[in-house]
Design a protein around this ligand. Structure first.
Ligand code: URA
Length: 434
């Protein structure tokens, strides 16, 4: 077998078999195939794509390239949730305790902020004392005892994806559906869950900017799960504006706690209830209607809030955060405003730019090694479609000495569009792919 022939076959639109995909991926991981040949293959895939079978094989090869977590020490059906990433996306902090409160084990490995999107692990680390690193045994023990554990990814999951992703990033081959779907699903499969709920974001703050692209990605990911005999549901959700009312680490934890108290933004709450219901359904707790009602009851009865308290206590955090989040969480006292420059309606938001503006305040990182400031962020005073008058605040910015306020305000000026026409708003739940 020669890399040249495999590249040529794909370049000419051919279908690669398991031996060929395995040979290229593992050869690349082992350093036997150079960057330039793997890059050429990726570009050929970018233009000629992969069919269902090739995607399933690519996913399997990448999933098998490193550690695979065996979740069998945890009893019950393990359902994982994955978001393709957005701005203000604190969904896991609400969904995980709801689902755990219904007896579904939540053994969650989450990520950190990178690029314009935030990460659950950084958000949880806003809670004083909260440990996001547990040994595998502690992780299993916490899930069996409390029904829930959320940790950062320590295992070496899908190293082939890591290496290939870095190459895709440098060769303009990231945004191809087969490559994205197999990249995400290889890590999910290696994580060991039995079923997956995939929150595929659509819009200006998402990876997939249009409905058609997002739907195709969702179908590809659900198809890959099916080929590996795992259940999956993808929910396409709106990311044309930041999710909820806050962006930034401590502020998003505050919002998650308020949501668990029933005081959340209605669209954000609807999203959390929908994703939780699908997780409950995949865990075999009942039909979808029954699951919706169980999930609603968990939120309204306060059971989910108490499960969040269990999570915080079990991982060494200060449980008082549940009762007095604004006192316990580090939230900057320095506030400035981003204001409307004309009268009208907020008609369009470049949400990715809002995420980057928040990073300039210190909430995110440009490089993996960067430190983040948990106390900074934004409170959203005006949402898409709201009317504003000239000089009226749109955002409350929580800043600190390290905040790059000028750059942030410049980006926000570019991100927010105000016009005389009220825009048509999309539902938060756009579509579901089963
Ligand atoms: N997230 C991933 O993990 N992989 C991709 O290719 C894109 C987004």
């Amino acid at each position: 077998m020669r890399p040249y022939d495999i590249i040529l076959k794909k370049r000419n639109g051919g279908k690669l078999n398991k031996e060929e995909i395995n040979y290229m991926v593992m050869g690349y991981v082992n350093g036997e195939i150079p960057d330039y040949q793997m890059a050429a293959l990726l570009m050929a895939i970018y233009f000629k794509h992969m069919d269902k079978e090739e995607r399933a094989i690519l996913t399997e090869v990448m999933a098998n390239s490193g550690d695979k977590i065996d979740l069998s020490p945890i009893k019950g059906i393990k359902v994982d949730k994955h978001s393709t990433g957005g701005v203000g996306d604190k969904t896991t902090l609400v969904v995980a305790p709801i689902v755990a409160s219904l007896g579904i084990p939540v053994a969650k490995m989450s990520g950190r902020a990178l690029g314009h999107t935030g990460g659950t692990i950084d958000k949880l680390e806003s809670i004083p004392g909260f440990k996001t690193t547990l040994s595998l045994n502690e992780f299993f023990e916490n899930v069996n005892r409390f029904g829930i554990a959320i940790v950062g990814q320590t295992a070496n999951l899908a190293p082939a994806d890591k290496k290939i992703y870095a190459l895709r990033d440098a060769t303009a081959t990231v945004d191809e559906i087969s490559l994205i779907a197999s990249s995400i699903m290889s890590k999910k499969l290696a994580g060991g869950a039995d079923a997956f709920v995939l929150d595929v974001k659509v819009g200006s703050g998402a990876f997939m900017k249009t409905f058609d692209e997002a739907r195709e990605l969702a179908e590809a990911m659900v198809g890959i799960a099916k080929s590996h005999n795992k259940k999956a549901v993808a929910v396409l959700t709106d990311m044309d504006e930041p999710l909820g009312k806050y962006v930034g680490n401590s502020l998003e934890v505050l919002e998650a706690i308020n949501t668990l108290k029933g005081l959340g933004d209605s669209r954000f709450t609807e999203l959390c209830l929908t994703l939780s219901s699908w997780m409950c359904y995949l865990a075999g707790k009942g039909n979808l209607e029954e699951c919706k009602s169980m999930v609603k009851n968990s939120l309204e009865s306060g059971k989910a809030l108490e499960k969040f308290r269990d999570l915080v206590r079990a991982q060494g955090g200060n449980p008082e955060v549940v009762d007095n989040p604004d006192k316990i969480l580090p939230i900057s006292k320095n506030i400035i405003y981003f204001k409307a420059n004309i009268d009208g309606y907020i008609s369009k938001i470049d949400t990715e730019k809002v995420g980057i503006a928040c990073n300039y305040l210190g909430a995110g990182r440009a490089k993996k090694e960067d430190n983040i400031d948990h106390s900074v962020g934004m409170k959203i005073l005006k949402k898409l479609g709201d009317s504003v008058s000239k000089g009226e605040p749109i955002l409350e910015l929580y800043v600190n000495n390290s905040s790059n306020i000028e750059t942030s305000l410049k980006l926000l000026n570019e991100a927010y569009h105000i016009s005389s026409e009220r825009p048509v708003l999309s539902n938060i739940i756009i579509d579901v792919v089963e």
